[in-house]
Design a protein around this ligand. Structure first.
Ligand code: 2AM
Ligand code: CA
Length: 273
């Protein structure tokens, strides 16, 4: 079957707009301070009732409209999926849940659609800023109505890198190849607390790179489609393509810079948390 990816993208946009309204309303609600918050793998891994609500809403729309498609979501959907054969939706109902809870700002809904393991549609919706980062493979990437330019080469001294301070705090080594040295040699570092938003920022040039030591497919699947369309190189720390089913380390960077940053991160195995 030949899918019409542009049509699928437009359908997904409508569902995500509705999902965004649900999230905005939940924050406006006078009861929002009692938003039900729970922890998952650790005290700083948060989940709210809205993560489940939005994931269930999107999954239901996909199942009703495309019964033959599979869905993998952060909270519940597709936990038993073992293969990327066929059409697979990869969704993160709230990327940046800590921001959603603490800041009510800087969180995104991330939706990707892949066929036989190849990303075809990527949408990252920064809900409170009303920014839509969208891409269909081969058709370019967009920020709202503006087509994003292909990126050019850049060197570390001119680069602004997206990096969570937690990875620096946990680094046990020092010296020429350490993350600390990398940060010192860069122009600056930023941390926004949502991998999807940070990858979208690399796609539109607000960041030159984004690095994370542990992400899941729903954090980066949509970002991969966007980044690919503008020529940003996105791999794990061994320069392999990130998995759409397993956790991965992520290094996304403009050409030139990607090779320079690999020097600092490639031997960070055993640095697994
Ligand atoms: P989340 O908000 O959807 O959980 C924060 O730096 C970024 O890392 C967010 O995109 C967050 O996604 C993600 N993240 C936080 N904890 C994680 C974990 N244990 N595994 C994978 N990704 C995680
Ligand atoms: Ca996430």
């Amino acid at each position: 079957m030949n899918e019409n990816w542009m049509e699928i993208k437009n359908t997904a946009l409508k569902w995500m707009e509705d999902a965004g309204k649900m999230l905005k309303e939940s924050l406006q609600d006078s009861m929002h301070d009692s938003l039900y918050v729970n922890t998952k793998s650790s005290p700083n891994d948060l989940v709210t009732e809205m993560d489940y609500k939005v994931e269930r809403f999107l999954t239901e729309q996909i199942n009703n409209t495309f019964p033959e498609h599979k869905v993998l979501g952060e909270e519940e959907a597709g936990a038993d999926i073992q293969s990327t054969d066929g059409v697979l939706w990869i969704i993160d109902p709230i990327d940046g849940t800590t921001n959603f809870v603490h800041q009510k700002y800087n969180f995104a809904i991330s939706v990707a659609v892949a066929k036989d393991g190849v990303g075809q549609v990527g949408i990252i919706y920064n809900v409170m800023q009303d920014e839509w980062f969208t891409a269909v493979a081969g058709e370019g990437a967009y920020l709202n109505d503006r087509r994003l330019a292909r990126v050019t080469e850049v060197d570390l001294p001119e680069a602004v890198i997206g990096l969570n301070g937690r990875w620096l705090a946990r680094e046990k080594r020092s010296g020429e190849q350490s993350l600390h040295t990398m940060v010192r040699k860069s122009r600056s570092v930023r941390s926004y607390g949502s991998a999807a938003i940070e990858l979208a920022y690399v796609a539109c040039g607000r960041l030159d790179s984004y690095i994370s030591f542990r992400l899941s497919p729903w954090d980066y699947a949509a970002g991969l489609v966007l980044l690919n369309e503008v020529g940003v190189i996105t791999t794990d720390f061994q320069k392999q393509e990130p998995s759409l089913l397993e956790k991965s380390k992520i290094l996304a960077a403009r050409p030139g810079l990607h090779a320079q940053l690999l020097h600092y991160v490639h031997n960070h195995e055993g640095f697994d948390y």
